[in-house]
Design a protein. Structure first.
Length: 263
């Protein structure tokens, strides 16, 4: 299973960013676990990010293909921002073995236009195996920084942590959403969610962004641990558990970065 969360950051003018975060645990029943599975994806040449929950096998194979198709320019927006993407996912599904049909969901975000004209959009696609039903739901952007979607086996634990963070001085901020997520993950209450957090995002300009995460003093990219030396030369921005901009090599908050206090 998975715990996944998506949220929007809003400044004084409008929505300025959208993020998707996930845990990194892949489980085989109750006996086997792997804590370095990639569950989030950022398109390197287009403004698109993705994450999934539920069954691992199909989304983990299909989403890199979708990212490649976006990069190759074979999708053109016509009407809905997510129509071509959803159609591509369903085409990949057409000859997927029926005995492997299991429930899963995909969160996807995109951006129209750039800079102050930027418009962010987010949708959730789900497949229900018992009824072979597909559903797509677009989620409205908020007026202030807030969670947009949460799903997976550890969702209730994150909601509990969110309640406490909302009541703190950090309430109503991006850092409160991410901090609640990492706090719930660290508690380890849900056996099917674990490993480090992984994080992707969209800003007012540029393509999808993969961020490095510093978690419990260690460094990770896409859920996989990297060495201190690798972190020093990696071409990524880093965030710690409090959503502070972080020096990946030192694993400490950047000197010029805003300090975020715990709740």
């Amino acid at each position: 299973m998975t715990t996944i969360i998506a949220w929007a950051g809003v400044d004084q003018r409008s929505v300025s960013s959208v993020y998707i975060a996930s845990d990194s645990r892949i489980s085989w029943g109750n006996s086997h676990r792997w804590n370095q599975g990639s569950k989030t994806f950022a398109a390197p040449s287009t403004p698109n990010i993705f994450g999934y929950w539920g069954d691992v096998l199909f989304p983990s194979m299909a989403l890199p293909t979708v990212v490649d198709q976006l990069g190759a320019g074979v999708m053109r927006r016509r009407g809905s921002a997510f129509g071509d993407i959803t159609n591509s996912i369903r085409r990949l599904w057409t000859d997927y073995p029926q005995r492997e049909h299991k429930d899963f969901g995909i969160v996807m975000a995109t951006r129209r236009r750039d800079n102050m004209d930027a418009v962010f959009e987010l949708a959730v696609v789900t497949f229900e195996a018992a009824t072979t039903t597909w559903d797509i739901r677009e989620i409205e952007m908020p007026r202030s920084s807030a969670r947009l979607h949460i799903a997976g086996s550890g969702a209730s634990e994150v909601r509990n942590a969110e309640t406490l963070w909302k009541e703190s001085a950090q309430g109503g901020t991006s850092r409160a959403v991410y901090s609640a997520f990492t706090e719930a993950l660290a508690q380890g209450t849900d056996p099917y969610s674990g490993g480090p957090p992984q994080l992707v995002g969209l800003r007012r300009i540029g393509s999808g962004v993969r961020f490095g995460t510093v978690y419990q003093g260690k460094r990770y990219i896409a859920g996989a641990r990297v060495t201190q030396r690798a972190a020093r030369i990696a071409h990524v921005e880093w965030f710690n558990e409090l959503f502070e901009r972080t020096d990946g090599g030192r694993a400490t908050r950047l000197r010029e970065a805003q300090r975020h206090t715990p709740r």
